[in-house]
Design a protein around this ligand. Sequence first.
Ligand SMILES: [Fe+2]
Length: 132
Amino acid sequence: MSRLPRSQEYLKTGFNAEAASAARYRAAAARATADGRPNLARSWLELAAEKDALAIRQLEAAGQVRGGGEDLAAALAEERYENDSLYPRMSREVDEETAAVFGSVAQKQKEHLARLESLLDALTRSQGDLAS
Ligand SMILES: [Fe+2]
């Protein structure tokens, strides 16, 4: 099934909105936990899981979940772009404190990049699933 470009664009917009909400709700849950409100935290986490499901629904509808190595390759491309281009460029244009945040994010992302590379390598060598 082919979709209109606008449909693709709007599915991406919806995905980004719901994925951002999920992350925001997890942050609120962590804060509620730190504040000694575990029941509130649990409710935030339940809502975050529902937001994840809405994000996933739209990502799948956009044909962006392809399975196996394709998703790993897409994740690698995204991480490389963020680390090689996005975060360095933004770091140059912000105050020192914000640049330090971006620097620590990029550093952590290098670990994710290495992990994704090794997963793709292992999946490519395997016949089906990764070894446990
Ligand atoms: Fe990333």
